[in-house]
Write a protein that binds this ligand. Structure first.
Ligand SMILES: [Zn+2]
Length: 210
């Protein structure tokens, strides 16, 4: 029989009216990860509250999980990040910007399509990320095989295009509708004068963004 040691670190920190409880189950991970994640939360979360949802919760939990095989997810005020992912992608710190946006979103069940929820979170990573460049992260270049329902960076690029060409506050408006459960596809027409599918069609014809 062998002794199993559970080595982890756990701590609270407070700043900018936020409380973060940080649990790291992998002490072989560079301390730069914790420092980087906290910098992102303390910098971006207050901005996202102000710009999207002033009523968002202010107690957050971050857990670095050695057993989780995905990249990261957010649920109930907690962001879980795969330690394996961070070992192989130590610069991918702005995944935290995407995940904390999910806490800001806190859309009720059935609020709207999942592709839009994920597209908005990546739009926010694109707009607010502290260092996407070091991570080699950018919006996916347009491809004729894309569709707005592809989600994540593909949808985020479309959201940026609509923002640049029609209404630079549309993502903020759609986010509000989703949280209040008043989202419907007709809102695209209301805010731009074109339906969602018409917008996509126009986007495919001239997908340039500046
Ligand atoms: Zn997400």
């Amino acid at each position: 029989m062998s002794l199993a040691f559970v080595i982890c670190s756990f701590g609270f920190s407070q700043k900018n009216k936020l409380t973060i409880s940080y649990q790291n189950d992998d002490t072989t991970l560079s301390n730069d990860i914790e420092v980087g994640f906290k910098k992102i939360v303390y910098t971006n979360y207050p901005k996202l509250m102000k710009d999207f949802n002033p009523k968002a919760r202010t107690d957050l939990k971050i857990k670095i999980d050695t057993a989780y095989n995905g990249v990261a997810y957010a649920h109930n005020g907690q962001v879980v990040v795969s330690s394996k992912w961070m070992h192989s992608n130590p610069k991918d710190l702005d995944l935290m910007t995407h995940e904390i946006m999910h806490i800001i979103q806190s859309y009720p069940g059935g609020a709207g399509p999942g592709w839009l929820t994920e597209g908005i979170a990546d739009y926010v990573r694109f707009k607010y990320g502290l260092d996407n460049e070091s991570a080699g992260w950018s919006l996916t270049p347009f491809d004729a095989k894309h569709h707005y329902t592809n989600s994540y960076r593909i949808t985020a690029r479309f959201l940026e295009w609509v923002s640049q060409h029609y209404d630079d506050t549309i993502v903020y408006k759609l986010d509000d509708h989703l949280r209040n459960k008043t989202y419907s596809d007709s809102l695209w027409n209301k805010y731009t004068g074109s339906t969602l599918d018409e917008l996509w069609e126009a986007y495919t014809q001239d997908p340039k963004i500046s």
